[in-house]
Write a protein that binds this ligand. Structure first.
Ligand code: ATP
Ligand code: MG
Length: 368
């Protein structure tokens, strides 16, 4: 049977937040522990982070360890998963360069995620080429490990589609089966695909500063929850409230489980009942927020306490990164070799090339 391989990653532009957790990280841990995969790679995408943070290299540098700590505290197990640092694997850059021959400028311009992100960052006319072409580098990351499965949030869908196109084009142009087409694995639950920010904006994002972080202290989480965006027209408790676009309920969709109701809101058996009460009127925002706070605290507490332990052993985390990166480079080097062979640029590996050149220039190939 064909191998099953996972590749995912995060940009070290900040600590990880609960959007990352429900969008991808929680799933990665489940998949890791399911035993259903042959290899798992999780990448800290520092080179990608530099494409729009090139003028702030220390931000990227400082967040490598933060993200690694977030991984370990969320349950990523280095015995089962390689954690790697993108920039330390030169093969990925080399692959990016060759793949860029196969992608047109207009195709990149049509990538919806690139479009949105360009707008968000306000580059105007000054778009860095590296940022514009990062979907190609992402294709290199995914294919270098021959990943079959990419657990990620909804914003990654156009990236995976573009990767699949590159794979098909590469394999057909070079008459090879070297590259593998990956599949995206989206969260099952709508709310988890793109968790909104605490300010009600469409996406919780490190770059927008509207996140609840996995490493936020309990008090901080509570403060953020209590000042969250709800239904702006729900002024008095007895008023009917809206669920759609109400961020507190979206978070409950993503996090609340039956046992949370039994423990913290025994008046309701499930979220549907709570929503019905809110819609009808008579359920205040503060009560719902207090419930959400309890749910989040229960989810985040084990993560926080594991983090505290890993923070006391940074040399261990450093070793994890180093070993994971070494293992990943080996894999990427194998793929790059195959890619170069397919693209006919493997002169020193291929003794046949030397022999044909000798024959050609000694007139033995029939040339006059
Ligand atoms: P940046 O603002 O620097 O782009 P980010 O917060 O968007 O940071 P990324 O590192 O780009 O985070 O994304 C890492 C992974 O987390 C991706 O799989 C992405 O789909 C997922 N993800 C990020 N934000 C969310 C969110 N709000 N909801 C669900 N998934 C998310
Ligand atoms: Mg992002």
């Amino acid at each position: 049977m064909a191998e099953k391989i996972i590749l995912t990653g995060d940009r070290p532009t900040g600590r990880l937040h609960i959007g990352h957790y429900v969008g991808s990280l929680r799933r990665r841990v489940e998949l890791q522990n399911s035993g259903g995969f042959d290899e798992i790679y999780i990448m800290i995408a520092d080179a990608q982070a530099l494409t729009d943070n090139f003028d702030d290299p220390d931000k990227v540098r400082e967040n490598i360890m933060e993200v690694a700590l977030d991984y370990l505290s969320a349950g990523i197990d280095p015995e089962k998963t390689h954690i790697l640092i993108q920039s330390q694997i030169p093969e990925l850059t080399e692959l990016t360069f060759y793949y860029s021959d196969l992608v047109t400028v207009s195709r990149l311009q049509r990538n919806p995620t690139v479009k949105t992100e360009l707008g968000m960052r306000g580059f105007g006319e000054s778009i860095p080429v590296g940022f514009f072409t990062y979907p190609i580098s992402q294709a290199a990351d995914i294919t270098a490990f021959k990943a079959t499965t990419v657990p990620a949030g909804e914003d990654q869908q156009p990236m995976i589609e573009q990767t699949r196109e590159i794979v098909r084009k590469f394999n057909s142009v070079y008459h090879t089966e070297t590259l593998v087409e990956p599949e995206i694995l989206l969260p099952q639950n709508e709310a988890c695909m793109r968790l909104p920010g605490t300010d009600g904006r469409e996406k919780m994002s490190k770059s927008l500063g509207n996140g609840i972080y996995l490493s936020d202290p309990a008090e901080e989480v509570k403060k953020k929850v209590m000042s969250m965006f709800t239904d702006p027209d729900h002024l008095r408790v007895e008023d009917p409230g809206k669920i759609e676009g109400n961020t507190v309920f979206t978070y409950l969709d993503a996090f609340a489980r039956a046992e949370h109701f039994a423990e913290y809101a025994p008046d309701y058996t499930d979220l549907e009942e709570m929503k019905a009460h809110y819609r009808k009127g008579g359920l205040g925002d503060v009560k719902v927020k207090k419930f959400l706070n309890n749910v989040l605290q229960e989810t985040l507490e084990p993560i926080r306490s594991r983090r505290a332990r890993f923070e006391k052993d940074i040399p261990y985390v450093y070793e994890v990164l180093k070993k994971g990166t070494e293992a990943a480079e080996k894999k990427a080097a194998g793929t790059l070799e195959e890619v170069k062979r397919a693209m006919r640029i493997n002169y020193f590996e291929d003794t046949e090339w030397l022999e044909t050149q000798i024959r050609k220039f000694s007139g033995q190939d029939g040339r006059a």
